[in-house]
Design a protein around this ligand. Structure first.
Ligand code: HPA
Length: 270
């Protein structure tokens, strides 16, 4: 709690009385979301208690700006478990943003498509997740001021927000699909046998992030919405080998569509 307050004090000194209502986490290749947005940008490396992040395609800045009349905080890049951060460090920023006043969190990521009806570039509305990371960001002594010891997980991806997302996609003529996201720790991609197993478990897309953030967001009673961009077929679904460059390239193209969808959703949040 002391650390959260220290970080918040630093940020408040930079942003004055700007109070964010909505936060957005941008995944690989989604930096297009911020083209044409102006506001106050703060580098993660300058923010006290923020962990280190240096994955290609992630900018590492927090941008405070106004979108569709709403005060937003945009995380341009996230903290991954595979970078060596603890689960607590991966989700620290969400606690800070909660204390800053956010009510809604929109999470985005790049993911591999497991469901054979998904194509590269598809936008997937995450309806549920499978935590396959073998750990949980809420492990440790619980601070009852933040949330419950054993949080319910039956509506992590808020049903009202998901319905809003579907309506907005319809209005914009953007085709979105729904699916279950499974998270592994990474950083190695999956084997074909793992993907086959994940498919049997009920997963539609696979990635290395987002689940810790969603668990903490739900714990903090923030309304949460999440999207994946299918940047590649998961291992064994097609014959291609996986590369991070391919993930970034596809992320960028579908990122434009997802950006306009998220802006529309923001306009409808009250
Ligand atoms: N697997 C895991 N994480 C990913 C993938 C994948 O195929 N694509 C993008 N992130």
């Amino acid at each position: 709690m002391e650390k959260i307050k220290e970080t918040l004090n630093y940020l408040n000194a930079k942003i004055g009385n700007f109070e964010p209502e909505i936060a957005i986490i941008l995944g690989s290749g989604l930096s297009v979301f911020c083209d044409n947005l102006e506001g106050i940008s703060i580098k993660y490396e300058d923010i006290p208690n923020f962990p280190i992040t240096n994955v290609a395609g992630h900018k590492g800045e927090l941008l405070y700006c106004n979108i569709e009349g709403k005060n937003c905080a945009i995380m341009q890049g996230r903290f991954h478990f595979y970078e060596g951060n603890s689960m607590q460090d991966c989700t620290f920023a969400i606690k800070v943003l909660k204390m800053a006043g956010i009510k809604t969190l929109i999470i985005t990521n790049a993911a591999g498509g497991i469901n054979k009806s998904f194509n590269i570039g598809d936008i997937i509305l995450i309806k549920d997740h499978i935590n396959f990371m073998g750990t949980n960001p809420l492990i440790g002594k619980n601070d009852n001021k933040l949330g419950e010891r054993f949080p319910d997980m039956s509506n992590v991806y808020n049903i009202n927000l998901r319905n809003t997302a579907k309506k907005c996609a319809n209005e914009l003529n953007i085709n979105i699909k729904e699916g279950v996201y499974i998270a592994t720790t990474g950083p190695s991609y999956e084997t074909a046998a793992e993907i086959k197993a994940f498919s049997i478990l009920g997963a539609d897309v696979v990635g290395m992030s987002s689940v810790p953030e969603a668990i903490v967001s739900n714990y903090l009673k923030i309304n949460t919405l999440a999207f994946s961009i299918v940047t590649n077929y998961a291992t064994g679904i097609s014959n291609n080998k996986l590369s991070h460059e391919e993930v970034l390239e596809t992320g960028k193209k579908a990122g434009l569509k997802l950006s306009s969808l998220i802006k529309k959703i923001i306009s409808k949040i009250n």
